[in-house]
Every structure is written in C-alpha cells, then in structure tokens.
Design a protein around this ligand. Structure first.
Ligand code: PSU
Length: 301
C-alpha cells in the first residue's frame, strides 16, 4: 500500500536526474489571493524556482491523487476553481478518498512533500496562534506539522494577523527551530520586523541545508521554519499595517475556523487598496528563490 502520488512530467524528470525540487502549496492560490493575481503569482513563483536552478512542484489533491507538480493547464484550472476545499492534516485522507479537489495548506503540503521525498517548501506565511486564542482555541495545524514532518519551510514569518509572541512560544514548546535568514528580528509577513527577536539566525542557504541534514542525522522529528523577511522595497512597515490588521480583525467577528485567515487576507487587501497583495506576491517570490538555493545545497547540485 503506497500513497497515491502523481508526478508531473517535469518533477518526474527532476527526480530521475536527482535535481533539486521545491514544493509549493495551493491554498495560497485558491484561498489566499484573488483571480487572476493568484494564477500570475503561481506562475511567477514556479518561474523563480526554475531561474534559481531548481524544479517547482506545486501540490494539490485532484481525483483521489496527490499531484506533485501541476501541468500549466492544471494550474490554470485550479486558480479558476471556486469550490476547492482547504485541506490540512485532518482533511487530507477524506479528501483523497472522496476524490474532491483540495488545495493544500502548509501542513498538508508538508505531508505531501515528505511522501514525495521533497525536503524544501516555499510559502508566504505559515498559520499560527490566532489573537484571542485563549478564548477561541484557534491554533493552526501548521505548527504541529512543523513539529512532526521533516521539511524545511521557507516563509516570511507567520502572518501578522496572528498573535506572533504566542506563535513563537508554541513553536518553541514544539521544538521547531525558527531561523531568521540574515536577520535577528522575526519577520511579520508584510513587514520586515515584528519587534521580536528571532530564536536562531543563519546567513547562507548552505548553512540552512546543513542544519536540515543534521536534524535527519540526529533522528529529530519535524522540520525547520526559515523566516525570510520581505524585500525592503515591498514591505508595509508595521506601524502602517498594524491599524489595518486591527480593523480587519474587528470586521471578522462571527467568522471561525478555516474561514478566518482567507477572510482577513481579503479584508486587508480591500483596506490597503491592493497594496497588501503586492507585498504578498513579492515575499512569496523572495521565499521561492531562497528555497531553490537551499534545495540545491541539500541535493548537492
Ligand atoms: N501564505 C500566504 N497566503 C496564504 C497561506 C500562506 O501568503 O493564504 C495559507 C497557507 O496555506 C497556510 C494557511 O497553511 O494560509 C493558514 O491557514 P490557517 O490559519 O487556517 O491554518
């Protein structure tokens, strides 16, 4: 009994040649950005990985199979789909067994990447501990996944809609290394700094790769979170985005569970007149480039 994996032609060729592969998620396409920017971004992110010398593997669930790499027409169809389910660890088996179309979150993409033997994954920002989680208990399954699945995830920190100090605390409790890339400050998605120290700092892709390999040698479960700050020219500084996040949170009363993050991202998009999306695209591209460099170091290419 093996997992139902279907590799795209490009990813299958890369595997045969032992070339570096970078996993990419699909919830950001279906639930994180509006059409057509979602498709344009997904295509640009794949191109950025190729330009940096690795092969992109966008992951999605379709027809009862885990697709590792999507053909251009599949990517385009997914970006236009309005009824894809947002799939995390809890949903993945039922989604496959039912043959639903599922977009993978960070947690589900990590599970699929591990099954496909992919060590590095690029996203925008991970999920984490939501504000007022002491009342709602809303903590993203992404954190537990980082604690148990050995994939290095490159993100621009956790999304600033979250409670970032609590997110860092939970990651520490779970034993997840949070590595600032060329920074001592925790990046906050749209902003370069959350005003919190990042627990670890590493300044080169080779050293991030070495830490990944060392975790495997030590038999440590779980992955690493690489926190890569948004490029300076694209950032929305924290004092500027802060009040907008507060306003979006006020508007989110009554929204719960999986709907919270997509609602907030969309509301912040509206309140910033689209500037948050421009920043989101820039940070994802930046993470794709760093992921390709780390993946190449791990495969020795
Ligand atoms: N990064 C982005 N946009 C997104 C996401 C990441 O730039 O929409 C998605 C990821 O799939 C992540 C999810 O796993 O948001 C977090 O959702 P939740 O807070 O419901 O766990």
């Amino acid at each position: 009994m093996t997992a139902p994996l279907t590799f795209s032609a490009e990813v299958a060729a890369a595997r045969a040649e032992n070339r570096a592969v970078v996993a990419l998620e699909s919830t950001i396409i279906t639930h994180g950005m509006p059409f057509p920017q979602n498709l344009e971004t997904a295509q640009q992110v794949e191109a950025a990985v190729r330009d940096a010398g690795a092969v992109p593997a966008t992951i999605a669930l379709m027809g009862g199979r885990i697709h590792i790499g999507l053909a251009p027409d599949e990517l385009s169809a997914l970006a236009r789909t309005t009824d894809a389910k947002k799939i995390s660890r809890a949903d993945i088996a039922a989604c496959l067994a039912q043959g639903w179309t599922g977009a993978t979150t960070v947690a589900a993409t990590m599970i699929c990447a591990r099954l496909a033997g992919i060590a590095v994954f690029a996203t925008g920002g991970i999920g984490g501990v939501h504000r007022c989680a002491e009342h709602s208990f809303d903590i993203s399954a992404d954190l537990q996944e980082l604690a148990q699945t050995p994939v290095t995830v490159v993100a621009a920190g956790a999304k600033a809609i979250l409670d970032l100090p609590k997110t860092l605390e939970v990651l520490e409790t779970l034993g997840v290394p949070v590595i600032g890339y060329r920074t001592d400050d925790l990046p906050a998605f749209w902003s370069r700094s959350a005003g919190l120290p990042v627990p670890l700092r590493i300044d080169s892709p080779a050293e991030i790769a070495a830490a990944h390999v060392m975790r495997a040698r030590l038999g440590l479960a779980g992955g690493q979170l690489v926190a890569n700050p948004i490029p300076p020219e694209a950032e929305i500084p924290a004092p500027e985005i802060g009040p907008i996040i507060e306003a979006a949170l006020r508007d989110s009363q009554g929204i719960a569970a999986k709907e919270v993050t997509p609602f907030l991202l969309n509301r912040i998009f509206e309140l910033t007149g689209g500037r948050s999306l421009t920043a989101n695209i820039a940070l994802v591209l930046n993470n794709a480039r760093l992921s390709a460099a780390v993946a190449r170091e791990i495969t020795g290419a």
